[in-house]
Design a protein around this ligand. Structure first.
Ligand SMILES: [Zn+2]
Length: 63
């Protein structure tokens, strides 16, 4: 599981999240201001297709 950080929309503190959890509708909380970060249904499919493209790039790279 890949863990990344995203800047909190409220205070810009990096918030750790994992892409798989985010795609499953999991919410991640900012440790500084407790703002919740989650994907809406529409952005979830956008992120999902972006990840698919990344996976394809990774596969192409291995050849
Ligand atoms: Zn915050």
């Amino acid at each position: 599981m890949t863990e990344q950080t995203i800047p909190c929309p409220a205070c810009q503190t990096p918030v750790a999240f994992d892409t798989a959890g985010l795609l499953m509708g999991k919410h991640f909380k900012c440790g500084n201001c407790q703002a919740e970060i989650a994907l809406s249904d529409s952005s979830r499919s956008t992120v999902s297709s972006a990840i698919d493209r990344l996976e394809q790039l990774k596969d192409a790279d291995q050849d």
